[in-house]
Design a protein around this ligand. Structure first.
Ligand code: UD1
Length: 377
């Protein structure tokens, strides 16, 4: 029997964990695959990393590079330096990366220079805004990867326009939605609604969920104060729960920005508590990429506090509205939702909980052929 395919699966930051969970689960079902989990250590806090492993049943990483925080160059460079000797020693058949964080591009670059094929899950998404670090990571990773696993049609067009070969591109659906559908029944058992006083004997009250962590929104005191001013106006009507990302917390602590008492700042939440809240929310306000997709899958109205999105299907088919960062526009759009003017949405094609199965099936069918074509047995 041929040796199993050795696949290195790379995670670094919180959203990567949600995407890798169904892929690891699927790979572990096949004796012909040897999945190796590599954590770069880009995120390391209990609430940004460890709790996701426990709640989502992700196996302990086989390798942790322990890079921690730093500037973009420091973080990317440190990952490159630390992963190269491991790739050299372990010689995986394939490196699989997800999303658009610094860990994604760093490991892809190290692998491809050693002749190791790279698979990119969530390929082809483009905001067309090169001031976003993630956009640079997306473009570069897609230029290197040989397997481009795509969540939506627009992404296929973007990749073809950039000259990527049609045979590299596979429209497979969305692994983040695989996780959502798998874990939703468990999330419904969360006690977070009682803990936050959002649920009583009669059920859930109306509330909003807010997340903000994009550098363009939170790294400037002026911008962050302006956005929170808009949220304060919405919080006069309904409580808004705001799990605060460490990047945002740093700015809030430094500058002592004040907020309405109904805007409830809490620690970052684990996956199940957050999914529970999101599924019961009247409204989500966010600058995250993943939450735009999760609200579309849940049918919850989402206002995205950005001028652009790399996930246009959530606007064209889902419940997402791009409201930008103008306070008057944010407040107006939120008032509309709270008054019952909700945008109807539908679930995009293939967001059905089976994306990881499709990805693993394609890899099992094609990676061995690639190996034998290269004379590797
Ligand atoms: C990173 C990703 C972003 C993703 C986000 C999800 C890049 C370029 N950015 O942004 O695309 O949406 O993760 O959360 O890769 N920190 C902690 N604890 C941690 C990790 C970080 O306190 O476990 C603090 C550090 O002070 C650090 C700051 O958060 O400087 C930012 O972390 P970093 O990984 O650089 O970027 P994120 O903003 O988290």
């Amino acid at each position: 029997m041929a040796d199993p395919l050795k696949i290195f699966n790379i995670v670094g930051a919180r959203p990567n964990l949600v995407k890798i969970a169904p892929l690891m689960r699927e790979m572990c079902k096949h004796a012909s695959v040897q999945p190796v989990l590599v954590h770069t250590g880009q995120h390391y806090d209990e609430n940004l990393s460890n709790i996701f492993f426990r709640q989502m049943g992700i196996p302990e990483p086989h390798i942790n590079l322990g890079v921690g925080s730093g500037t973009h160059a420091e973080q990317t460079g440190e990952i490159l330096k630390r992963v190269e000797p491991i790739l050299l020693e372990q010689q995986p058949d394939l490196v699989l990366v997800v999303g658009d964080v610094n860990s994604t591009i760093a490991v892809s670059l190290a692998a491809v220079k050693m002749g190791i094929a790279v698979a990119h899950v969530e390929a082809g998404l483009r905001s067309f805004d090169r001031s976003m670090p993630e956009e640079i990571n997306r473009i570069l990773t897609d230029a290197l990867a040989e397997y481009l696993f795509v969540t939506e049609e627009d992404a296929v067009d973007n990749l073809l326009r950039e000259g990527r070969p049609r045979e590299f591109i596979h429209l497979v659906g969305n692994v983040m939605i695989d996780s959502l559908l798998h874990f939703l029944p468990f999330a419904q058992q969360s006690r977070i609604g009682d803990e936050l006083g959002l649920r009583n004997g009669k059920g859930w009250q109306s509330f909003g969920v807010l997340t903000l962590h994009r550098p363009s929104n939170v790294d400037s005191t002026e911008k962050l104060s302006e956005l929170l001013g808009a949220i304060d106006a919405i919080a006069q009507r309904v409580p808004i729960v705001f799990p605060v990302h460490p990047r945002t917390q740093q700015r809030l602590s430094q500058d002592g920005i004040k907020h309405h008492p109904q805007l409830r700042l809490i620690q970052p939440l684990g996956y199940l508590d957050f999914l529970c809240l999101l599924s019961k929310a009247t409204l989500a306000l966010t600058d995250s990429g993943g939450i735009q997709e999760e609200t579309t899958a849940l049918g919850v109205p989402c206002l995205t506090l950005r001028e652009n999105t790399e996930r246009p299907v959530t606007v064209s088919q889902g419940t997402n509205v791009l409201v930008g960062t103008d306070p008057a526009r944010i407040v107006g759009a939120a008032q509309d939702v709270l008054s019952g003017m909700r945008k109807a949405g539908r679930i995009p094609p293939l967001w059905d909980g089976h994306a990881a199965e499709r990805i693993v099936e394609i890899l099992l069918r094609t990676v061995p052929c690639r190996k034998s074509a290269q004379g590797i047995t």
